[in-house]
Design a protein around this ligand. Sequence first.
Ligand SMILES: Nc1ncnc2c1ncn2[C@@H]1O[C@H](COP(=O)(O)OP(=O)(O)OP(=O)(O)O)[C@@H](O)[C@H]1O
Ligand SMILES: [Mg+2]
Length: 400
Amino acid sequence: MKSQFGKKLKVLLVENNLVDRKVIIKMLSTSPYGHFDPKFASSLVEAFELLPKHKFDVVLLDLNVDDSKGLETLKKFHRRFPHLPVVVNTGSYQDDLGLKAITKGAQDYLIKGMYKSYSLVKSLYYAVERKRVEEELKNAYNKLQQTQIQLIQAEKMNVIGGLASGVAHEVKNPLATILYGVEYLENSLKTSDEKIVLTLDSIQEAAKSANNIIKGLLDFASLTNLKKTPENINTLIDQAIHLTRPQCERVSVHLEKNLQNDLPLIKIDRNRIQQVIVDLIVNAIYAMNNGGRLMIRTYGKKFSDQDVGWIDRRGRSFGQGDDVVVVDFEDTGPGIKDEYLIKIFDPFFTTRRAAGGIGLGLSIARTIMNSHGGIISLHNKTGGGARARLIFKANKKEPV
Ligand SMILES: Nc1ncnc2c1ncn2[C@@H]1O[C@H](COP(=O)(O)OP(=O)(O)OP(=O)(O)O)[C@@H](O)[C@H]1O
Ligand SMILES: [Mg+2]
């Protein structure tokens, strides 16, 4: 990035000593090295009032002002305005304090009476540049941390996916044998012994529920043969609502929809995406088993990175500014506990184990969305409840 030296700087001088103020003003106004637009405050309260009203580039901060003394002044300042460059202006012979100020977030310090115009000007420009580099470094560090977590997550999913399909294949055939065997026994025994009938029934039930888990696992691992056709997502939503309406009515969940009319088409495997939509509706219904409201909304927009959290970005086939179709499912349930947010997409993570939850719904949904180059995310809403979001790349309109 280009150096800012010489650019006009908007400076806030937090200084309650009138003589010191005059000296600084003189130095700034007569300097041939830079251009300044200074404003003044005698106290932190005054400074905090001025700061939101102007776009300051840098602050020259006396640590002893009307309403605060010493390093506490810098700490209070930094808490309120962590992104603003600060040069601390301390009393004579206070290098120790100046250096401490650097460790507490100041970009530079000056000792009153020990500097001339050039050093003051240089220090102000230096603080602006140093802060910019610090922020860039901080952002790069955050990005690195996020990428590391994504890599660990991706690796975890690979291992679990491989393991799951291996186990599923091994268990599928013995299970089928058990199911056929029980059916055969039931038909050929034709006994009225209640104990035998009950035992056979419970074996059949257990084997069926194990079979459902296996089916889910195989689903999870076999998403290669997708039949993608251009579809209007609204049609799929209407069908999914129709399928889940009885479940909604049973627990008094009021389902509302707000679907944009002229949505662009998206290229999807309709059965797979239908499965994702049904899973999200069913999850919301389970979360609101004492009644509530589920709002399903569709809309087209230009994609922005702010639409999703960082963790949801893998495999997407669109970027900043591309046309996308979004589907939001907003419920009025209890939302998701913070400590669970990182786990909900893991295979077999469920908080509904006792009620028959397997914990595969979201992980399969994410695999399906990834294989469409789309994104799925699930967040708590600020006002309470959860919001699941699907984002698809919009098909380009064919020229007519
Ligand atoms: N809308 C929601 N509100 C609150 N929690 C949710 C919501 N959707 C999902 N969850 C949480 O995420 C967990 C995982 O969801 P997922 O769909 O993967 O599994 P499940 O619904 O528990 O079981 P199943 O395999 O039958 O879908 C749920 O157990 C629940 O704790
Ligand atoms: Mg589910």
